[in-house]
Design a protein around this ligand. Structure first.
Ligand code: BMA
Length: 816
């Protein structure tokens, strides 16, 4: 095999559009330098044609870009050896989206799907020496509108024409993302030359596992370019196994079964290790290798347990026969301009997720099938992936040409991703059936245009090409109304989107909650990079522009007003809004975890962002965690002690995601903010493995005569002298609490390198202590925590600075 990369330096220019080019684009009438992989928006920015659309309200000045056509071109040199091969293929791993490819002036192919790779036979267009390639991109918006006009409008949320394009749906604008519809060569492009044959689409599938070992079925496809007798040498290595087998290739298929003795199973984060095996297939002609491919795979089983019970039907994911309570967040694309996403971004975000005890991420259907690196990292970290197919919030066409595209896209996606053990669910779409049934009372999901795709085509393809994980029709979906509480999966948006406050979560009996969430602004440093200095205030036009939900900014006030004295100062507003988000998610997750396994999943909306914005994300687009991230580290901890409150009584619960029983003592106390303990009780507690139990009650009499504005409840679980879990509960809303003036002693040390320690001790109770660094970035291991009167904590921080600067930059905030 020989290959020739076409990445790197290209040229691009405007290729026309409806009417004349708007003035800012004049420069782009001439050929300008471009970078591949990339997209037109980043190329225009790099050439100074457009400003950064993320800054201020520049987005509005850059909108014209999406209505133009764009042409990309490159000259490249073809060595004689390349053309001596039997097959010469142009491989475009990602073209966004309506592309017309010309080589040396001749049309080599057209494409209309950004989600998949395109392989074109180009031998006949190439010559030895200098060659040229040109790719014309039609305007995705104009093209989509023309399709919609031809085919008829469907019932779709947001921009309705988007459903006619197999392109990331958020690119047309979403309620957390700008409307900057991209075009370009967004993944790698290269030429590949083969002789004789090529092996592709390997699949190492676990068939069964037991005491006698594991049976793995190996399949692959062979693309033949010449008549030849071929053998396939198949090998598996890892964790004490080295296996090798050579079999004849019949037709275009490799197929055999292997037996792995003493197999090591793959487990989700928190449940065990993630052993990965290496599988290799080499095609041999006589004894000469002609093509080779390797993949990582793992051994694990996935089952969905749906059993009748008192509330309806369970929805429990079981891995290797063990029921898992799924904890995690929804994942969206990391940038409006996807080719800019760095490898580091994946490793940082996924590491943060795993460190917060998450075991599942849901790749949401309005984004993209993620990069290989994303899934490899999830495999390694034990992050299960709930993978939506890329359809969201609308009806989808059922015309034959569209179904053909879907069939090809899903086939290619399954073949690319099916070896990843992390992926445990294929899900038809995001919210299509729910929105349809909401808006058309009396109709069923099968009445929706697009039902054919989610009800028939996708499950059929998953069965045919995979069979190693669950297919679920939509998120949310279940028997009866798609967002029913009694069965299936659920999105809880009464809270926040329908203006209800977060207490409402505590009445929700969802069986597997795949979305719920609360907005908060990005961190101050991130917003300062995106807002003009005159606009750094909660209600400035630029600040409100950086919130894409209809009435999003208003909601931030409504919920802040419910819990806090509303802030006017920018920093205080961000701090309090982030605390509201953190508390909301805490209440929801603690509630659903107490219901373990009546509820078996709690996946909040959303982990990450694609630009600087007020959104539901808990980590902003500059990878700075919000308060809710640190709360998540605590509310997702394997051992959770939590308070449940209803109108009359309060209860203390212990929830366990661990294999051993927990036998310990609950220390429960009522303390004043000044440090006076009104009462303290000890209760023996005994929690069986993977269960949730009530361990104590707090009768109303215990709180009689107590000023709720000056006291709080504290619970600690102590096992053999060590505190293994703790939690606190205020008795009044923070806005009504009388917090003492903080008296906090701080000491900072630099034990070595980029590691700093911050020791904090408080004379009185401190709520939501935030250790921040002004003008400096630091990764704190914990933050936004409470300190009891007389209590001290030491937290570490990674920062690239000196002790002096660290000390000078330190800012301490708490609720007052
Ligand atoms: C759900 C999601 C997204 C949306 C989010 C917040 O509807 O599936 O479409 O961004 O809620 O409104």
């Amino acid at each position: 095999m020989e290959s020739l990369s076409l990445n790197g330096a290209w040229e691009f220019k405007d290729g026309g559009g409806d009417g004349p080019m708007p003035a800012p684009g004049d420069k782009a009438q001439e050929w300008l330098p471009a970078t591949v992989p990339g997209c037109v928006h980043t190329d225009l920015m790099a050439n100074g044609v457009t400003p950064d659309p993320f800054y201020g309200m520049n987005e509005l000045d850059v909108r014209w870009v999406e209505s133009r056509q764009w042409v990309y071109r490159k000259k490249f040199h073809v060595p004689p050896t390349l053309l001596q091969h039997h097959a010469v293929t142009l491989v475009c791993e990602g073209l966004d989206t309506f592309a017309d490819i010309r080589i040396n002036g001749r049309r080599a192919g057209t494409t209309a799907n950004m989600f998949i790779d395109h392989r074109l036979n180009v031998k006949r267009f190439l010559k030895e020496g200098e060659n040229s390639i040109e790719i014309y991109f039609d305007s995705p918006v104009t093209h989509a509108k023309a399709l919609e006009k031809r085919e008829g409008a469907l019932r779709v949320a947001l921009e309705p024409h988007r459903v006619y394009v197999r392109k990331a749906q958020y690119s047309f604008g979403w309620d957390w993302g700008p409307k900057l519809t991209t075009s370009g060569i967004w993944r790698s492009i290269f030429i590949e030359a083969h002789n004789v044959a090529r092996v592709a689409h390997p699949f190492f599938r676990l068939v069964s596992v037991g005491k006698e070992g594991a049976i793995v079925e190996v399949t692959a496809n062979v693309e033949r370019f010449r008549q030849a007798r071929l053998n396939a040498r198949i090998s598996v290595a890892g964790h004490g196994t080295t296996l090798e087998r050579t079999i004849p290739v019949r037709g275009t298929r490799v197929h055999c079964r292997l037996h792995i003795q003493d197999p090591k199973l793959w487990w989700p984060n928190g449940y065990g290790d993630q052993p990965m095996y290496e599988g290799t297939i080499v095609l041999l002609r006589k004894n000469d290798p002609v093509s080779e491919i390797s993949v990582s795979f793992a051994l694990r089983t996935v089952k969905l347990i749906q059993e009748k019970d008192q509330e309806g039907r369970t929805f429990i994911i079981s891995i290797n026969g063990k029921k898992i309570f799924c904890k995690g967040a929804d994942w969206i694309p990391n940038d409006t301009f996807l080719p800019r996403v760095q490898n580091f971004t994946y490793s940082r975000l996924l590491r943060l997720a795993a460190d917060a005890h998450m075991n599942m991420l849901r790749v949401w259907g309005g984004g993209v099938y993620e990069s290989d690196l994303f899934y490899e990292t999830c495999d390694r970290l034990g992050l299960m992936v709930w993978q939506d197919f890329m359809f969201a919030c609308g009806e989808y066409p059922e015309s034959q040409w569209f179904l053909t595209q879907v069939d090809q896209e899903v086939g290619k996606t399954l073949r690319r991703l099916r070896n990843h053990p992390s992926i445990v669910v294929w899900c038809g779409n995001n919210e299509c059936e729910w929105l349809f049934c909401n808006e058309n009372p009396g109709k069923t999901p099968d009445d929706m245009t697009g039902a054919l795709i989610f009800g028939k085509i996708l499950p059929h393809l998953c069965r045919r090409l995979d069979r190693s994980r669950i297919y679920w029709r939509s998120s949310p979906f279940g028997v009866g109304f798609p967002n029913d509480e009694s069965n299936g999966t659920r999105h809880q948006w009464q809270v926040w989107s329908y203006w209800e406050d977060f207490h409402k979560y505590e009445q929700d009996r969802g069986r597997f909650v795949a979305e719920f969430g609360f907005q908060a602004p990005a961190n101050r440093a991130t917003l300062e990079e995106a807002l003009h200095p005159d606009h750094r205030s909660p209600q400035s036009p630029q600040m409100e522009h950086h919130n894409k939900q209809v009435e999003g900014p208003e909601r931030l006030y409504r919920f802040q007003a419910a819990h806090h004295r509303v802030a006017v100062d920018f920093g205080e507003f961000i701090y309090k809004a982030q605390l509201v988000q953190a508390e909301a998610l805490k209440r929801a997750v603690e509630h659903w975890r107490r219901r373990k396994f009546l509820t078996a999943g709690s996946i909040f909306w959303q982990l990450n962002d694609c630009w600087p914005v007020s959104s539901w994300a808990i980590i902003d687009s500059k990878l700075r965690p919000k308060a809710a991230y640190f709360y998540a580290k605590r509310f997702f901890a394997p051992l959770l002690v939590s308070f449940r409150a209803d109108k009359t009584a309060r209860e203390v619960w212990l929830t366990s995601d661990i294999d051993d029983p927990v036998k310990g003592v609950l220390h429960l106390s009522l303390d004043s903010f000044e440090g006076e303990t009104r009462w303290q009780r000890e209760h023996a507690c005994d929690c069986p493995p993977h269960r949730s139990v009530m361990i104590a009650g707090v009768p109303p009499t215990s709180l009689q005569g107590i000023d709720p504005a000056r006291h709080y409840l504290r619970a600690q679980i102590v096992v053999q002298g060590t505190v293994v879990a703790e939690n606190r509960m205020l008795l009044a809303e923070p806005k009504h609490c009388v917090f003492p003036k903080p008296r906090i002693a701080i000491d900072v040390k630099n034990p070595g390198g980029n590691t700093f320690t911050v020791w904090a001790r408080s004379a009185t109770f401190v709520k939501d202590l935030c250790v921040g660094l002004a003008g400096l970035d630091g990764m704190f291991e914990d933050n936004y925590f409470d300190l009891d009167a007389g209590g001290a904590r030491t937290i570490t921080c990674q920062a690239d600075t000196t002790l002096r600067t660290f000390r000078r930059s330190l800012r301490i905030t708490s609720l007052v």
